[in-house]
Design a protein around this ligand. Structure first.
Ligand SMILES: [Zn+2]
Length: 392
């Protein structure tokens, strides 16, 4: 049996003071109790705050070799072009960087990850990792008449992941890259385990423009970079991109919309009413890296309590650290409390991934992992110099 305490304990649901966490030797929470019921000499004290292990709701482990390779601030479409033109690294380097990224996340107190796979490169690392991974295999491709082929590619990766017993889903990459023929195949596929989805959404204003009238950066990307005729492969809906996606997404299943930088208050509000299990993921450092813009979290907070945090990949981030993401949000939105951000980064992600029986909060019976955050201000806010150490 072990006992831990700190000035503040963020449980993933609330903040406690004068409390002690009691675990067994494997990190399972036996109870939370008042400090006064225990001898000080039996407790390990931390000078700062304790929180549960973090859930990284969105990552692409397989892109880890792209750290510091793509220049910042050029917008999503240029980012996609840059990314596709450097996908030629030696396999041993790709695999090595995947391994290192997995260890980096573990050391940064991350216990579970929603991770994208477009190929099988990261599967073995995920299999042997100490971190829990849900693998989202993205299906995508612009040509409607090749939907079956695109789906088959995703299915092969999915079957390999499932043969390794990895929790996995086939999911749509993004509204702009998935024609309706492919949407139908993706959302009629019954083998996902557990049945959850993750889709890139409204990361750039260009996506809205493309759906409204078929013009803008995405037209240029498809015409000039992919050498297709965008007006042949894509029919603008005259509506916002998210409404196209929601026509196909199953209403009752857990789904994560990733980025949402350009989602409006009205959209988040109306959609959350209708889709009760929809979660909104933010990757603040990646948004700053690519589009140099953050979502308006103050609005988000007014219309949804289902916000998760992701790092996105090392192609658009210099670290895989949820603490860094939290600090970035708090630096730009000082009014949002650490307690709220920890809830986003723990219990919300665990609920989305359907692993909240084990992870996401410091509660009796769970084995959530425990992190220690140094140098918390008296009001609970992070400092620039706050760091994280993994306790369990
Ligand atoms: Zn992503």
């Amino acid at each position: 049996m072990k006992k831990f305490s700190a000035a503040k304990i963020f449980t993933g649901k609330e903040i406690l003071t004068n409390s002690v966490i009691i675990t067994d030797d494997n990190g399972k929470i036996l109870s939370l109790d008042s400090l006064k019921n225990h001898e000080n000499s039996t407790i390990q004290f931390f000078d700062g705050a304790i929180c549960p292990g973090f859930i990284n709701a969105h990552c692409h482990l397989e892109l880890s070799y792209m750290r510091n390779k793509i220049s910042r601030g050029n917008g999503l479409v240029r980012f996609v072009k840059d990314l596709l033109s450097i996908r030629n690294e030696k396999m041993e380097v790709i695999l090595q960087k995947i391994e290192e990224a997995d260890i980096e996340m573990f050391n940064n107190g991350i216990v579970a990850v929603g991770d994208i796979s477009n190929d099988d490169h990261s599967l073995l690392t995920k299999k042997k990792s100490k971190i829990y991974y849900h693998t989202f295999v993205e299906a995508y491709g612009f040509k409607p008449n090749e939907a079956g082929y695109y789906f088959e590619i995703a299915k092969q990766v999915f079957l390999k992941a499932r043969s390794l017993n990895l929790p996995s889903s086939i999911t749509a990459h993004a509204p702009y890259s998935v024609p309706k023929e492919l949407m139908k195949l993706i959302y009629s596929w019954k083998e996902n385990y557990p049945v959850i989805y993750s889709i890139h959404n409204q990361e750039t204003e260009a996506e809205t423009q493309f759906f409204l009238n078929g013009t803008g950066d995405f037209k240029v990307l498809i015409d000039d970079f992919f050498k297709l005729n965008s007006s042949e492969v894509f029919q603008p809906t005259g509506d916002r991109s998210i409404n196209y996606l929601l026509k196909y997404l199953p209403k009752v299943k857990n789904a994560l919309l990733v980025h949402n930088t350009f989602s409006t208050e009205e959209e988040i509000n109306n959609i959350s009413e209708e889709f009760k299990n929809l979660f909104w993921c933010t990757c603040p450092k990646a948004n700053l890296y690519i589009e140099n813009r953050l979502p308006d979290y103050k609005t988000w907070l007014q219309v949804t309590d289902k916000i998760c945090i992701g790092t996105d990949s090392l192609a658009s981030n210099n670290s895989l650290s949820i603490l860094d993401e939290i600090r970035t949000i708090q630096t730009n939105f000082p009014e949002i409390k650490t307690e709220t951000l920890v809830n986003w980064a723990t219990i919300n992600g665990a609920r989305f991934l359907k692993i909240d029986e084990q992870f996401g909060s410091i509660e009796e019976g769970k084995t959530p992992g425990l992190n220690f955050i140094t140098e918390i201000n008296d009001d609970g806010r992070l400092k620039v110099s706050s760091t994280l150490k993994r306790i369990i």
